[in-house]
Design a protein around this ligand. Structure first.
Ligand SMILES: Cc1ncc(COP(=O)(O)O)c(C=O)c1O
Length: 401
C-alpha cells in the first residue's frame, strides 16, 4: 500500500499548511534531497575534476555518481550519453545548436506538435530561421490528443527532425511516444522527446524507446532547480561539436586551436551546478525507493478523484483527455471567472494553483482561450488538497455570482 501520509513527512513544506497543486510547474523537495545539497555545501564544497585534495575528490565522485544513477533511471547504455544541463530548456537548446545548426538545411522539414511547451518550439523556430528550414505542427483532436493521422502524413515528407513531448504539461495528455518514435525513425528523422513531464511521472527506458535525444528537468522530479539532463545517443553526440566552449570541456588549448574532451564532458563547459547535480542523484534514489509503478498508481487515483470532483462543478470545463489517458494534470476553465482571479482566491485558502498559458501559447490559441487554471499532482498529493481546491472554486463562484 502506498502510504502518502508517510511520504508527506519527508516534505517539510507541508507543515506550512499549503495545498500544493502545481507540481507540473515545479515539484517540492524531500529532506533527503535538501540535506544532500546542504551536506555538499557545508562539508565538502569544492570544484570538481580539478583539485587533488580529498573534499574535491568526494565532490567529483558524488557528481559523477549522479550520472550513473540517471543512466540507470532512464536505462541509457552508457554514462557517456548523460549530459548535465540546467534543465530541459538548456538540453533542447543544446541539441538545436550543436546538432541542428550542422544538420538541418534549407528546405528541411521539422515536425513539432501544437501540444508542446515553448522550450520545445522556440529553439526550433530559431534554428529554422537561421538555416532556412520549415516547421509543421501536428494538431490535436477534440480530446486534446495528437492527430496521429496527420503525424503520419507529415512523416511521408521525410522530416529531418521530429520533436514532441512524452506528456503535455498543459493538458496532461500522455502521447503514444513508443509508436511515434518508431514511425519517425522509420521515416528517417532524428527524434527528440521532451521528457520534462514524462520522466518524473511515467519514467522512461530510452533504449526501448529508441529516440535520439531525451530531455528532462530535475526540479520537476523532486530535485533542485538548475540540474537537468540531456540524454543523447552516443553516435550522435560523438559527431556533434560542443555547444559552449570554456573550462573543463577541453583536452588541450593552444593559441592555434583546441581539442575537446571526451563525452560527456565535451558538453559540460565551465563550473557546473555541483550541489544541485548531487541533489538530483538523491532525488533519483528517492523515486527509486518509492517505485515508479507506485507513483503512477497513486497519481492515477488522485487524477481520477480530481477529474470527477471538478467535472461535477457546474460551469466548469475540463480540457484534455479522460483520466485513463492523462497524467496528473487537469486544466480547466470556469464560466465568467478568469483563471487568475480563481488562483488569487485559491491563494487566500493556501491552495497553490497555476493560472496562465503554461508556456504553451500555440495550444491556448488552438483551444481558443487566453489561459486556463491548472491543478497538477505528484507523489505527495492527497485527496483533501483536491477537496480544498473544490472549496476555493465554489468560493470564487459565490463571489463572482
Ligand atoms: C513539457 C515541458 N517541457 C519543457 C519544460 C521546460 O522545463 P525547464 O523550465 O525546467 O527547462 C517544461 C516546464 O514546465 C515542460 O513542462
Amino acid at each position: 500500500m502506498y502510504d502518502v501520509a508517510a511520504v508527506r513527512k519527508d516534505f517539510p513544506i507541508f507543515e506550512t499548511g499549503i495545498a500544493y497543486l502545481d507540481s507540473a510547474n515545479t515539484s517540492q523537495r524531500p529532506r533527503q534531497v535538501t540535506s544532500a545539497v546542504l551536506d555538499y555545501w557545508e562539508r565538502y564544497n569544492s570544484n570538481i575534476h580539478r583539485a587533488a585534495y580529498k573534499i574535491a575528490e568526494e565532490a567529483t565522485d558524488r557528481y559523477e555518481a549522479t550520472r550513473e544513477k540517471v543512466r540507470a533511471f532512464i536505462n541509457a547504455a552508457s554514462t557517456k550519453e548523460i549530459i548535465n544541463t540546467r534543465g530541459t530548456t538548456e538540453a533542447i537548446n543544446l541539441v538545436a545548436y550543436a546538432w541542428g545548426r550542422a544538420n538541418v538545411r534549407a528546405g528541411d522539414l521539422i515536425v513539432l506538435t501544437i501540444l508542446d511547451h515553448h522550450s520545445n518550439i522556440v529553439p526550433w523556430q530559431i534554428l529554422a530561421e537561421a538555416n532556412g528550414a520549415r516547421i509543421e505542427y501536428v494538431d490535436i483532436d477534440e480530446r486534446g490528443e495528437l492527430r496521429q493521422d496527420q503525424f503520419r502524413e507529415l512523416l511521408e515528407q521525410q522530416p529531418r527532425l521530429v520533436a514532441f513531448s512524452q506528456v503535455s504539461n498543459a493538458l496532461g495528455t500522455i502521447n503514444p511516444v513508443d509508436d511515434m518514435v518508431k514511425r519517425a525513425k522509420a521515416a528517417g528523422a532524428t527524434v527528440l522527446v521532451d521528457g520534462a513531464q514524462g520522466a518524473p511521472h511515467q519514467g522512461v527506458d530510452v533504449r526501448a524507446l529508441g529516440c535520439d535525444f531525451y530531455a528532462f528537468s530535475g526540479h520537476k522530479m523532486l530535485g533542485p532547480t538548475g540540474a537537468g539532463i540531456l540524454y543523447g545517443r552516443r553516435e550522435l553526440l560523438e559527431q556533434m561539436d560542443p555547444f559552449m566552449g570554456g573550462g573543463d570541456m577541453i583536452k588541450t588549448v593552444r593559441v592555434e586551436g583546441t581539442t575537446y574532451h571526451d563525452l560527456p564532458w565535451k558538453f559540460e563547459a565551465g563550473t557546473q551546478a555541483i550541489g544541485e547535480v548531487i541533489g538530483l542523484g538523491a532525488a533519483v534514489d528517492y523515486i527509486g525507493e518509492l517505485g515508479m509503478e507506485n507513483i503512477r498508481e497513486h497519481e492515477t487515483e488522485i487524477t481520477e478523484y480530481a477529474y470527477e470532483a471538478l467535472s461535477d462543478i457546474e460551469g466548469l470545463t475540463v480540457y484534455g483527455p479522460p483520466p485513463s489517458r492523462r497524467a496528473g494534470v487537469i486544466s480547466f476553465a470556469l464560466d465568467g471567472i478568469h483563471p487568475h482571479d480563481l488562483a488569487t482566491i485559491a491563494d487566500r485558502d493556501q491552495v497553490c494553483l497555476r493560472a496562465g498559458h503554461h508556456c504553451a501559447m500555440p495550444l491556448m490559441t488552438r483551444l481558443g482561450v487566453p489561459a486556463t487554471a491548472r491543478a497538477s499532482f505528484y507523489v505527495y498529493t492527497q485527496k483533501d488538497e483536491v477537496d480544498r481546491l473544490v472549496g476555493s472554486i465554489k468560493e470564487a463562484q459565490r463571489i463572482f455570482k
